[in-house]
Every structure is written in structure tokens, then in C-alpha cells.
Design a protein around this ligand. Structure first.
Ligand SMILES: Cc1cc2nc3c(=O)[nH]c(=O)nc-3n(C[C@H](O)[C@H](O)[C@H](O)COP(=O)(O)O)c2cc1C
Length: 279
């Protein structure tokens, strides 16, 4: 399989076999993370490799109870790490203040995601599945406490990895043309925007299971892995809010706008608690 095919067939995997990921494979995954591009080649990144069941349970709890986090045999916590760089600068009689510089912060977050995506692609090629867990950003304080993460270090992304038990098949995407702009940005007309998203998700129809399979694969998987009636709760909420279309489903049920905006305060405070002064 060539790299294009490999990357086109990749899906986020949330059901893993119990089988451990061998040490030699983990070393390779860490190598490609370490070999990722990095702004100024400063490499302000640390990765915590999590395998023991107690830590996996804790990580799952910190990720809002997502069952695949505890069921994955391996997780990696990607941390934006200015602690090491600051200490090094100090030892070298100079001053690094990434924790105060928005530009350093944004570039370091880009570094972190470039490293994580290197891991995703190598993992795929080695027969492993992976899924990002962004919701760890809601629990930065507690994650720092449990994993003994020092000041100037922020756990901002988790990757769960393991040998796939099942792989989602119908993940909708926008058409390539929708995201492509030649030379200059070309805004889409209203009708074209509507069509782009209708084509992506299809209509919310009678067959709710089928719809959720396309639009909320996490809910179906959670239902399979947990005894909680998560799917029922989602369906009830959709009824209660009289959800009519895909955008309402996303921004009223899955990521309620008010909740997302309210979250600013919490995330900002956590970043400040780690010694950052960028706001
Ligand atoms: C930044 C980021 C954060 C994500 N966070 C979560 C998460 O917390 N839980 C989860 O199950 N999937 C998470 N995902 C996976 C997405 O749900 C998934 O990429 C999306 O549904 C598209 O599916 P695909 O990866 O198979 O193309 C995240 C993906 C990204 C890129």
C-alpha cells in the first residue's frame, strides 16, 4: 500500500484488542514523534507514555469518561514543554520566556500536533489504530497533578493506540473542492455552503442509528463498551431540543455553543496555573 492509500484508509479507532504494544514498536513511535518538524528546532515537547491500568483509568476519567481511553493498551500524553527549554536557557546564561510569548506558544502547539500526527501515520502503517483525545484540555490542572507535570508544561493532547478490534467505515468528509482555494480565498455562496454540508452528512432521517453512525460514531462505540445508555441520552436530548439539522446537532447537542464559550475561563486559568502569562 502506498502512503496516499494508507492515509486515505486511516480512521480514528476506538475499539482495541487487549494485546500489548511491544516495546520496540513504542520506541519507533517515539522516534517519529521526536523526528517531527519543530519551529526553530527547539522541540518544546514531552510525551508521557501511559500503559498501567490505574493510570489508564485515571486518564479515561480525565477525558470525561471516554471508555476507549482506559481500554486502549497504550496512551501518549503530548505535553507542550517550556520547562526544559527555560532551564537550559538559564544554564546557558540566557532567558527563554516562551510562557509569555504567544508566538512561541502557538508554534509549540503546532510542533506538538505535528509530532502526534507522525505517530498516527507510523502507527497506521504498523497495523495499529489510534484516536486523538482533545477533551483532556478540560482537565489540565488535574492531569498535571496526577502525572506530576511541572510548571511551564501543559498536557494538551492525548493519543490512544492499540491493535484495532473494529474500524469505523462511514466517516463523512467535505469534498476536496470545498476546502481548496486557488491562489486567493474564494468565499462560497450560501447555497454552496449548505450543499457542502448536506453532501457531507446527509439528512437527519428516520433511521437515527444510521444517522448517528455517520455523525456521532463515538456515541455508538461508547454504547458498545459501556453499560450506560449513552445513545438513549443523545437521542432524548435531540428530541428535547427539537434538533432539525446537522449543524444544530453539532452546536446544540455535541458542542453546545454556550458551554464551549464558558470553557474559556477554565482553560485560561489552567494555563495560568502552569505559570504561563500569555493572556
Ligand atoms: C484535535 C482532535 C481532538 C479529538 N478529540 C477526540 C476525543 O476527545 N474523543 C474521540 O473519541 N475522538 C476525538 N477525536 C477524533 C475525531 O472524532 C475524528 O478525527 C473525527 O471524527 C473524524 O474521524 P477520522 O479520524 O476517522 O477521520 C479528535 C480528533 C482531533 C483531530
Amino acid at each position: 500500500m502506498d502512503t496516499y492509500e494508507l492515509m486515505m484508509k486511516r480512521r480514528s479507532v476506538r475499539a482495541f484488542h487487549d494485546r500489548e504494544v511491544p516495546e520496540s514498536v513504542i520506541e519507533k513511535l517515539m522516534d517519529v514523534a521526536n523526528n517531527a518538524p519543530s519551529g526553530g528546532n527547539i522541540q518544546p515537547l514531552s510525551i508521557i507514555v501511559v500503559r498501567n491500568p490505574e493510570s489508564r483509568n485515571k486518564l479515561s476519567e480525565l477525558a470525561g469518561g471516554q471508555p476507549w481511553v482506559k481500554n486502549a493498551p497504550l496512551s501518549m500524553i503530548f505535553c507542550l514543554d517550556f520547562y526544559r527549554v527555560k532551564k537550559w536557557a538559564e544554564l546557558c546564561q540566557t532567558d527563554f520566556r516562551g510562557e509569555q510569548a504567544l508566538n512561541h506558544f502557538l508554534i509549540a502547539y503546532a510542533d506538538l500536533m505535528a509530532a502526534a500526527q507522525n505517530v498516527v501515520i507510523l502507527a497506521e502503517s504498523l497495523g495499529l489504530g489510534s484516536v486523538y483525545i482533545g477533551s483532556i484540555q478540560h482537565e489540565i490542572d488535574e492531569t498535571r497533578k496526577y502525572f506530576q507535570i511541572p510548571e511551564y508544561v501543559l498536557p494538551l493532547m492525548v493519543l490512544c493506540l492499540g491493535y484495532p478490534k473494529s474500524i469505523p467505515q462511514h466517516i463523512p468528509k467535505l469534498k476536496r473542492e470545498t476546502i481548496t482555494h486557488h491562489e486567493k480565498y474564494q468565499p462560497l455562496e450560501k447555497e454552496a455552503i449548505q450543499k457542502a454540508f448536506d453532501d457531507k452528512y446527509g439528512k437527519i432521517d428516520e433511521d437515527m442509528e444510521k444517522y448517528l453512525e455517520r455523525a456521532f460514531v463515538e456515541a455508538l462505540e461508547a454504547e458498545k463498551q459501556e453499560t450506560t445508555r449513552f445513545l438513549d441520552r443523545v437521542k432524548k436530548e435531540m428530541k428535547r431540543l427539537d434538533i432539525q439539522n446537522n449543524a444544530q446537532f453539532l452546536f446544540k447537542v455535541r458542542y453546545p455553543t454556550k458551554v464551549m464559550v464558558r470553557m474559556n475561563h477554565r482553560i485560561k486559568e489552567s494555563i495560568q496555573n502552569a505559570g504561563f502569562k500569555i493572556f
